[in-house]
Design a protein around this ligand. Structure first.
Ligand code: CCH
Length: 300
């Protein structure tokens, strides 16, 4: 290990960072009142560039700080997530951005009622953009199940893991000015649950063409009690979400997760933890040992 690597933080130091993240989740002026969903997306997009064949990409490096990755249209809107975390980085400069982005998502999932995801630190931040992965590695929501397999098999995931990861769409919403899609998947988008799978199966989703030419699927919940003058709110699914229903290997997992919240929570915790570790090679004591895309780790 190069001697310039920092010592591993104590668990008390990590707890302080987690408390600081918890304290910023409540954002009454932002979206549905929580920074949680966009923080989960930040961690996912930081890790979801991993390519198992070349061992490049992944959550190490925090490449989104550079235009090459941060300016990728697939990452539109994630500057909000990075800005939410900036005061935490300023207060605890010893934590790397790469660790902070992943840890914040783990804290957010838990605080929104989701499972405890295993997290280990030691990621480093790139000091220039030379190891930042090329654009085009994240999924395109306008496509179908072949595309999902192409993207997620590249990272080393299987069909069950693809369906479990997709359950993160219980959280948050699509923004017309970010992805071009519009709306939320579930009624309570700041509460982690298996509602996404239940809605996928239960509802009669209708294709809707947006003014920008993109197609998504929508449903209006007639059962919801509305205040006077309130418009019923549409729920939405992306074409990739719908492909989980039409694909013979994906669908049984949608059905199982719709019925069994505990199973979904256990599988989501495992697969989200795996996502955040992609590309990191650790020794027996958990220190990150060098790989092509990893510059170091903690002192051993
Ligand atoms: Fe996702 N996601 N996601 N997603 N996503 C979007 C928003 C969120 C796809 C497309 C989109 C995962 C997988 C996929 C979240 C977590 C995960 C949006 C709207 C699109 C489009 C962005 C916007 O407009 O702001 C596609 C395609 C896939 C393919 O599988 C996975 C995996 C995860 C995490 C495990 C979260 C959370 C959001 C909400 C973000 C927010 O700002 O509210």
């Amino acid at each position: 290990m190069p001697s310039s690597n920092p010592p591993a933080p104590s668990s008390a130091q990590l707890e302080e960072v987690k408390d600081a993240v918890r304290a910023l989740l409540h954002q009454p002026e932002y979206d549905d009142g929580s920074a949680g969903p966009v923080l989960v997306r930040l961690a996912w997009h930081s890790a979801g560039t991993y390519d198992a064949a070349s061992k490049t990409g992944g959550s190490n490096g925090a490449g989104m700080r550079y235009e090459k990755e941060g300016g990728d249209p697939a990452n539109a809107g994630l500057a909000h997530a990075r800005a939410f975390l900036e005061p935490v980085k300023e207060k605890f400069p010893w934590i790397t951005y790469a660790d902070l982005w992943c840890l914040a998502a783990v804290v957010a999932v838990k605080e929104m009622g989701g499972p405890e995801v295993q997290w280990q630190g030691g990621r480093t931040d790139f000091t220039d953009d030379s190891k930042v992965p090329p654009r085009g590695r994240l999924p395109d929501a306008a496509q179908g199940s072949d595309h999902l397999r192409h993207i997620f098999y590249r990272m080393g995931f299987n069909d069950q893991e693809i369906v479990a990861l997709s359950g993160a769409h219980n959280l948050g919403r699509c923004h017309g000015d970010r992805s071009g899609f519009e709306g939320k998947w579930v009624n309570q988008p700041t509460r982690f649950s298996n509602q996404y799978y239940r809605l996928l199966l239960q509802n009669d989703w209708k294709k809707k063409k947006l003014a920008n030419g993109l197609e998504q699927f929508v449903y209006v919940d007639e059962e919801i009690e509305l205040e006077e003058g309130e418009e019923p709110e549409e729920l939405m699914m992306l074409p990739t979400d719908m492909s989980l229903l039409s694909d013979a290997a994906f669908r049984p997992w949608v059905e199982r997760y719709a019925k069994d919240k505990d199973l979904f929570f256990a599988h989501f915790a495992a697969v989200f933890g795996k996502l955040l570790e992609l590309g990191l090679v650790r020794d027996a004591s958990g220190n990150i040992v060098n790989e092509e895309n990893v510059e170091g780790g903690y002192q051993s």
